[in-house]
Design a protein around this ligand. Structure first.
Ligand code: TRP
Length: 377
């Protein structure tokens, strides 16, 4: 059984339900997940709504997480994650993940955790002080937050994931997981846990789609997002207000396409056939860029084209979302059934972990004889 299992190609990835998903998530991960799902190259695909992890920095606001669970589930379903092919499950209701986290805590030092770059960044972002102590300006470091990489290692290993598609910010998490796997297998002299590989986005735009303000990565806290759930009017307003080229004042002025969000988004989303349909003045994006750079092409015309391009992508997602939103009991059932399946899968791993750690007292009663011999000795 082990030999067969070790050949299986298994995906596990996930998101914290702290907000609706936006175009950055779409190009960076959702689109990729749907492709992987439909590629037929994987034996199992699991997507985890990481609500416990979200609580590590939102513990006093569980309602926020509760509300965003359904938003994220609707986003998943509306981009085309198919519950027949992909198991969508909820972290907090998968008990094996908690048990594994507790065991893995023994295999990780606090020193190693403080060196995890993702944890370090987020500590700064959230104003948590280091492990050294608390002061007036900063909040102390919650142990739950500090140890969430261990819980993420539990997520990944519980499913025996071989492949974890995530953004590059998650690289330290995967590295930490691999360390835990090696430590576990060598400490308990077994090969129960599987070392996962990271699967990074394949190009720069996928890695980091800038926000509509052109300043940084698209992110909720910066208010520069286009959400998958935005309606057509909101989309239009956001595109019309997009950062372009501040030196391109009159239409006749030469313009810059580099750092111009309209062209960055066209790079990411437009297709050649859309020129024939919506903007026949140009054969393709290169011709359009050339004209813009030379001067004579206005921002409004470019933005109107981008609206058409994005509408074509977003309107089917929006329609699917509306359909699912009208059937919340079914979405509930999908999450419940996916979680049930995940509970079974992860309990199997937990059982193997317990056996390797010799704490499987009540699932294997050979301990009775063993204890008897020990006592008679
Ligand atoms: N940490 C991930 C994020 O913030 C979410 C996550 C939780 C995850 N568990 C995971 C990602 C397991 C991949 C695998 O986006």
């Amino acid at each position: 059984m082990l030999a067969k299992d070790s050949k299986k190609k298994i995906i596990l990835t996930g998101d914290r339900p702290t907000g609706r998903l936006h175009l950055g998530h779409y190009v960076g991960s959702l689109m990729r997940r749907v492709e992987l799902q439909n590629s037929g190259k994987f034996d199992e695909i699991n997507v985890l709504i990481a609500d416990d992890q979200a609580l590590t920095d939102n513990w006093s606001n569980p309602q926020k997480i509760r509300d965003n669970m359904i938003e994220v589930a609707l986003d998943y379903l509306s981009v085309g994650l198919d519950p027949e092919k992909t198991t969508i499950c909820v972290q907090s209701n998968i008990p094996a993940l908690h048990a594994l986290t507790f065991y893995y805590m023994n295999l990780v030092t606090t020193q190693r955790l403080s060196r995890n770059p993702t944890v370090k960044n987020e500590m700064t972002l959230r104003g948590f002080s280091s492990t050294e102590g608390e002061n007036d300006n900063q909040a102390g470091l919650p142990a739950g937050f500090f140890t969430y990489p261990v819980s993420q290692a539990a997520d990944i290993t519980a499913f025996k994931a071989t492949t974890v598609p995530v953004g590059e910010d998650q690289e330290p998490m995967i590295e930490q997981t691999r360390e835990i796997v090696r430590k576990f297998n060598s400490t308990y002299n077994c090969d129960v846990l599987v070392e996962p590989d990271i699967l990074l986005p394949s190009n720069e735009t996928q890695r980091r789609l800038p926000g509509t303000d052109g300043k940084a990565k698209m992110s909720k806290s910066l208010g520069n997002c286009i959400y998958l759930s935005d309606d057509e009017k909101t989309l239009k307003t956001k595109v019309m207000g997009m950062y372009t080229d501040p030196t391109h004042i009159n239409i006749a002025d030469p313009g810059h396409v580099e750092g111009n969000m309209v062209f960055t988004y066209l790079d990411a989303f437009s297709r050649e056939d859309q020129f024939a349909e919506y903007l026949p003045d140009y054969k393709n994006l290169d011709e359009m860029k050339e004209h813009y750079a030379k001067g004579g092409l206005g921002d409004v015309k470019c933005k109107k084209f981008l609206i058409k391009v994005l509408e074509e992508r977003l309107s089917p997602i929006r329609e699917a979302r509306a359909k699912w939103a009208g059937n919340i009991p079914e979405v509930y059932a999908i999450l419940r059934d996916g979680t049930k399946k995940a509970v079974e899968t992860t309990n199997e791993t937990l059982e193997e972990v317990r056996a390797a750690m010799k704490v499987n007292y009540f699932t294997n009663d050979s301990i009775i004889g063993e204890w008897q011999n020990w006592i008679n000795k």
